[in-house]
Design a protein around this ligand. Sequence first.
Ligand code: LMR
Ligand code: MN
Length: 556
Amino acid sequence: MLKKAEEEKKKNEEESKQKAEEERKRKEGLRKAEEEKKKREAEQKAEEERKRTEKLRKAEEEKKKKEEEAKQKAEEERRRQEEKKKDEDEKKKKEEAKLKAEERRKQEELQKAEEEKKKSEEKPSSKDSITNTFDYPLRNLLDKADDLLEKEELSAALDQYDSILSKHPSSPRALHGKALVLDRQAEQQQSNTLLEQSIATMEKVLDGKDVPDDLLIMAGKKLAQRQSFRGWNGKAIKTWKFLTEKFPTRLDLKNQLGVSYLVIGKNDEAKEIFKQVLTTDSSNGFAKVHIGFIIKTHDNDASKAIPYLREGVDSGAEGTNDGRFYFHLGDAYQRTNQTSLAHKVYEDGAQKGLFLSKFQRSLYNIDSLTGRPWWTAEQTGYQKYLQILEDNWQLIRDEGMKQLDTKTGSFVPEEENLREKGDWKQFTLYARGKKVEKNCARVPKVCDLIDKIPDAKGCTRGQVKYSVMHPGVHVWPHCGPTNCRIRAHLGLKVPPGPKIRVAEETRQWKEGKIIIFDDSFEHEVWHDGKELRMVLIVDFWHPELTQRQKQTLSPI
Ligand code: LMR
Ligand code: MN
């Protein structure tokens, strides 16, 4: 019994143990499940958190990307705008230039129209004012002849005038018409005989009786112009005088009389006439530029010339827009130390087309020629000849040095009024393409050499000459007269000190060596040394000139 109870107890204990075990297991299971659940939940949470931050990151990225894009877009837009502005500016500039050009063109057109108008005013539309009472009955015949002349049917016109003149030998209109026909024919045939016939016929108009004023002025102007053209300046002056006495209020005629005095070098008479014009019309630009020109070139008074040239040029009056006046106004400023005003005048002149450029201010030019201040031997194409000169430099020096003796030599002072100060002399062997025989006889070997150089010897727009400069010389900035030549200097006696500026570059000579420049460009020389400097100057034709141009250009 006891055993049984014991067993029962054991069994019960066993059972309860088992139960406890089961309970533990169950609890354990539960705990584990709980844990599992918690873990899962934590994991889920973490995952969610990850996802959330990922999402946030992405959103951030997206935002950043968007911002970047916006920035880029803005940058692009800015660039685009900039580009657009540039384009617009460019366009504006172009438009402005176009407008300016247009304005210039219009101005020119206006000027042309003005000139045309003036011309037509001179040529009365109704011929009444040139028809006197004797010509009046013949007016239809005269008109017909004039029409033929207008249509350039010259021989028919001549026949018509002649036929009128056979019956009415003193008809002023017929004489005038006939003179015009002969003048046209003279021009076409380049005939002096015809020109002289034209002049003689026109003179008869002026000698005639009862010639209407308008016809008298027309005929007189034409006559004086043709007389000058023929080289009969004295006769031209007489004609202008006749006109000015007959029509004393016509200042244009007086101005022309002044010009004709100027042409023959009667500067004082010319000045007097221009002064008379200014007494009547104190703002007459034409008279002003001419008085200024005379004071500058003849009286050599730069400061007195300036106001006349300045006001004359600024008046814009007909005949004042001329390179010579700009040339001398600039030079007058330069010589009175008003350099920046000089440059302004030169720039203006270049802009107006009166100069090739602000530095190249020659007035007898061929427009197409290459212009550069300094040349190399290769650029000239004359290497062979330049070499001859360099190879013989000592011979050239020795013959030249012998001519330095002031008693026996042939050097003469520079006389173009180019010096501010100092002693500068020249000895000329060739000028205007002609040998100076008397001088060549003194340096025969040198002239033999030059004779071998066709483009120097035959350069009718240049010279070959020795040039001797003593210490202390300053040559004002100046330009040669033409762009048709280039100038070689062969150094013969070269101490330290002297130097030459051409445009913006200054160089020095070397004994036995050649330097080459285009003397139509502004150049200036200083000699600050202690001994004399001697060079041989040899002008060559500009290498781009044609043979025909070299033969036909007027000598300078
Ligand atoms: C000039 O032509 O003005 C000068 O270069 C001449 C010279 O002797 O230097
Ligand atoms: Mn010079």
